[in-house]
Design a protein around this ligand. Structure first.
Ligand SMILES: Cc1ncc(C[n+]2csc(CCOP(=O)(O)OP(=O)(O)O)c2C)c(N)n1
Ligand SMILES: [Mg+2]
Length: 330
């Protein structure tokens, strides 16, 4: 089935909101590049899972959400957090293990959360966010205020039991839950086709009785339009839906490996030619929503913001050993 693409004759959002989508995509890209730099300079503990190349999916989905809607994320969560309104300064401090981070430097890059923004947490367990999202959808349904819950997950979670266990009850109870699969073609080092039987997640979701669609996950407007339809239906009590976004990560599974041993040069080049940021830039320029000088200014501003975020985090202390047992909930 061909992935749905956007029709660009009429743009689906007002200019200021389109510029905001662009700014967020660019922020994610520059955030990820900065984290890679921070890693190479030895300024952070451990590894990081970057999402450069995948920016259009979280930004398109979150553009359909309200502040009081909730999301759950994955180990590759920086893009989801920025798209839902997360601030890069406490994010960078968390990556660097500093006390000024979102989780006082004790969560690390894989466990960033900000409940006030509806970000219920990145998650190191593949598929782990799905159960939390289902619980949040259940709460939203009981509250009756039209809130929805989004579960972001990768292609590696397609065969996790929790996906089907929650999907079954979500359909039966018409929970306002949107399953968003970011298919970046690889589960660590294994291609999607080697791991997934049958016709894939759209067919499986439909078989369970829910609306499901595949889109070009590098086309931010196509993602937004599909997500918007699903979210609005869920707000009206029509139940869950599944959105599969086809995309690609540029780097390795984590910053410690280059991602080239198990992916061909041709495959990487082909996907880079479909980079979501210049593609959206072209649409905005053609429609005169943005000027080339605006783009340059935005680049400079975001670069400066990120450099300052790193410098400030470097100055901040690590959490004290005596608080190691504090803020632990389970
Ligand atoms: C339950 C569980 N099994 C295995 C792992 C190890 N693991 C970490 S990331 C990952 C691959 C996930 O692939 P995918 O869901 O496609 O996300 P992507 O890394 O492509 O964003 C695996 C197997 C884990 N964290 N949790
Ligand atoms: Mg994957």
């Amino acid at each position: 089935m061909p992935a749905r693409k956007t029709q660009t004759a009429i743009l689906p959002l007002p200019p200021d909101e389109l510029r905001e989508l662009y700014r967020k995509m660019l922020t994610i890209r520059i955030f990820e590049e900065t984290v890679f730099d921070v890693y190479r300079k030895g300024l952070m503990p451990g590894l990081a899972h970057l999402s450069d190349g995948q920016e259009a999916t979280p930004v398109g989905v979150c553009a359909a959400l309200r502040l009081d809607d909730t999301i759950t994320s994955t180990h590759r969560g920086h893009g989801h957090i920025i798209a839902k309104g997360g601030q890069v300064e406490p994010m960078m401090a968390e990556v660097m293990g500093k006390v000024t981070g979102y989780c006082r430097g004790k969560g690390g890059e894989m466990h960033i959360a900000d409940v006030s923004l509806g970000i219920l947490g990145a998650n190191g367990i593949v598929g782990g966010g799905i159960g939390i999202a289902a619980g949040s959808a259940f709460t939203a349904k009981r509250e009756g205020k039209g809130r929805v819950s989004v579960a972001f997950f990768g292609d590696g979670a397609i065969n996790q039991g929790i996906l089907y266990e929650t999907a079954n009850i979500a359909v039966l109870w018409k929970l306002p839950l949107i399953y968003v699969c970011e298919n970046n073609q690889y589960t660590e080092f294994t291609n999607y086709h080697k791991l997934t039987s049958g016709e894939g997640l759209v067919a499986r979701a439909k078989a369970m009785g829910m609306n499901a669609l595949e889109v070009d996950g590098n086309d931010v407007l196509a993602v937004y339009q599909a997500a918007h339809e699903m979210v609005e239906a869920a707000r009206k009590g029509k139940g869950p839906a599944t959105l599969v976004c086809q995309t690609f990560r540029y780097g390795g599974h984590h910053v410690g490996e280059p991602g080239t041993a198990y992916r061909s040069k041709e495959e990487i080049t082909e996907w880079k030619a479909r980079d979501p940021i210049p593609a959206f830039e072209k649409i905005l320029l053609n429609h005169k929503v943005i000027a080339p000088s605006d783009i340059e200014t935005m680049h400079d501003q975001i670069h400066t913001q990120l450099q300052e975020a790193v410098a400030t985090a470097q100055e901040a202390p690590f959490p004290e050993v005596k608080e190691v047992g504090e803020h632990v909930y389970a």
